[in-house]
Ligand binder design. Structure first.
Ligand code: ZN
Length: 112
């Protein structure tokens, strides 16, 4: 990362603020789970393809618990800069929310 790449510095900050606000709004609206969504193209990093796969145990987690990737990194949302840079740099994933154990009720709060 260099000062010649301002987007690489600013975008994760914007993403963190956006996801923190989404989680707060979803919690207030009664949503109990957050669901990791990847964009399903060939640029998605393998760790996030797992998080985006419904069969993976951490695809859907309680709203106040972190996602856990294959390398045991804990991420509170896509772009979580409290995790190592390889976990959030250029991440384009996003969240959806569900109230219970039924399927996702999108496109609530979805923004990719
Ligand atoms: Zn991602």
């Amino acid at each position: 990362m260099t000062y010649a790449d301002p987007e690489r510095i600013v975008l994760p900050v914007v993403q963190s603020v956006r996801h923190t606000a989404q989680i707060t709004a979803a919690r207030m609206a009664g949503y109990r789970f957050k669901v990791w969504q990847d964009v399903h193209d060939n640029r998605v990093r393998p760790a996030h393809a797992f998080l985006g796969a419904p069969k993976y145990e951490y695809h859907r987690v309680p709203i106040d618990e972190p996602f856990v990737d294959l390398d045991d990194h804990k991420l509170w949302f896509p772009g979580d800069t409290s995790s190592p840079p390889q976990c959030w740099m250029n991440c384009r994933c996003y969240l959806t929310f569900v109230k219970g154990h039924a399927g996702p009720v999108g496109p609530l709060l979805v923004d990719n």
